[in-house]
Ligand binder design. Structure first.
Ligand code: IPM
Ligand code: MN
Length: 359
């Protein structure tokens, strides 16, 4: 039996997770994976229920699971909560608690959606980028941090910090990923200004000696942000720290037309969590409007990385391609004036496109 912990979270989370769950259940039935799913609370949903964005029971559920599926967390309802009690803290503590240091965020073009990209088709046609984002360090977790009043003036402060072991282990993940792709790794830093990322560049360069077949380059983050728009097809694997990766992966998602299409895997030693890279979209929550495809593609990543069911991962991905070929679109990926379907219908369409009946 394989245990899956499911945290739907807030906003559109429950809807996209329900759609992805249908796909997962269908695959499980056909492939006899023996999955056992248990639901837990995280984020605002957990705050409402227990005043804690990651209750002990939720962390335990995640720790005991072979894989975690997460929808999204956060929303305006909890905006006034103090920093330690924001919904986002539930997600961050989950990542940290499971030591999920390697966040894989593929940004691939769906040819059917070329026109949905804000960039010209010829610029994005060949885009196939994997952002490898460090996920448990950097300014997200560095101490000291806080808000204080000094001499009557308010001050906020955070600490950007990485030690060499943290850099080394994520660098190895990125180099290995590059070996399985086009063997080009671009490491992103701000080594001209920040000591933390100067160390980053040094350590990544050291790790490169173990991977003579991978071509390593370094790029300052400001230039990387520009190059992603100017000539995005130049990138294969982009290796980033936590903060830069947060920003650049949102930017990369726009090349593909919609952030609603991009899945992610967060991997540690033997543990893993799968979530769409988008947020909780409170403005459309509960209206059956959200695009569930990023979550469904995250399920495919789970089948691949956690359950070594590569052929099933590919079948789910092919089913997504098929519904796009059929012209089915949620609002975020529809051309102006084109007809749209809802979250549930999109989930059902993917289940259909799996064509499991011919098994
Ligand atoms: C993401 C999100 C999270 C992050 C938030 C919700 C804490 O933006 O997964 O990219 O900043 O990592
Ligand atoms: Mn983000």
């Amino acid at each position: 039996m394989k245990k899956i912990a499911i945290f739907a979270g807030d906003g559109i989370g429950p809807e996209i997770v329900a759609a992805a769950r249908q796909v997962l259940d269908a695959v499980d039935q056909a492939a006899h994976l023996g999955l056992h799913c248990t639901e837990g609370l995280v984020g605002g949903a957990a705050l409402d229920a227990s005043d804690d964005p990651l209750p002990v029971a939720s962390l335990q559920l995640a720790m005991a699971a072979d894989a975690v599926i997460l929808g999204a967390v956060g929303g305006p309802r909890w905006d006034a909560y103090p920093p330690a009690k924001r919904p986002e803290q539930g997600l961050l503590r989950l990542r940290k608690g499971l030591d999920l240091y390697a966040n894989l965020r593929p940004a691939q073009i769906f040819p059917q959606l070329l026109d949905a990209s804000p960039l010209r088709p010829e610029l994005v046609r060949d885009v196939d980028i994997l952002v490898v984002r460090e996920l448990t360090g950097d300014i997200y977790f560095g101490q000291p941090r806080g808000l204080e009043v000094v001499d009557g003036k308010r001050r906020g402060f955070n600490t950007m910090v990485y030690d060499e072991d943290e850099i080394r282990r994520i660098a190895h993940v990125a180099f290995r990923a590059a070996q399985g792709r086009r063997k080009q790794l671009c490491s992103v830093d701000k080594a001209n200004v920040l000591e933390t990322t100067r160390l980053w560049r040094e350590v990544v360069t050291e790790v490169a000696r173990d991977y003579p077949d991978v071509q390593l380059s370094h790029m300052y983050v400001d230039n990387a942000a520009m190059q992603l728009i100017r000539a995005p097809a130049q990138f294969d694997v982009l290796l980033t720290g936590n903060m830069f990766g947060d920003i650049l992966s949102d930017e990369a998602s726009q090349l593909t037309g919609s952030i609603g299409m991009l899945p992610s895997a967060s991997l540690g030693e033997g543990r893993a969590m799968y979530e769409p890279i988008h947020g909780s979209a409170p403005d459309i929550a509960g209206q059956d409007k959200a695009n569930p495809l990023a979550t469904i593609l995250s399920v495919a990543m789970m089948l691949r990385h956690s359950f070594h069911a590569e052929s099933w991962a590919q079948r789910v991905e092919a089913a997504v391609q098929r519904v796009l070929d059929q012209g089915l679109r949620t609002a975020d990926i529809a051309a102006p004036g084109a007809s749209v379907i809802g979250t549930k219908a999109m989930g059902a369409a993917v289940v259909n496109a799996l064509s499991l009946k011919d098994q």
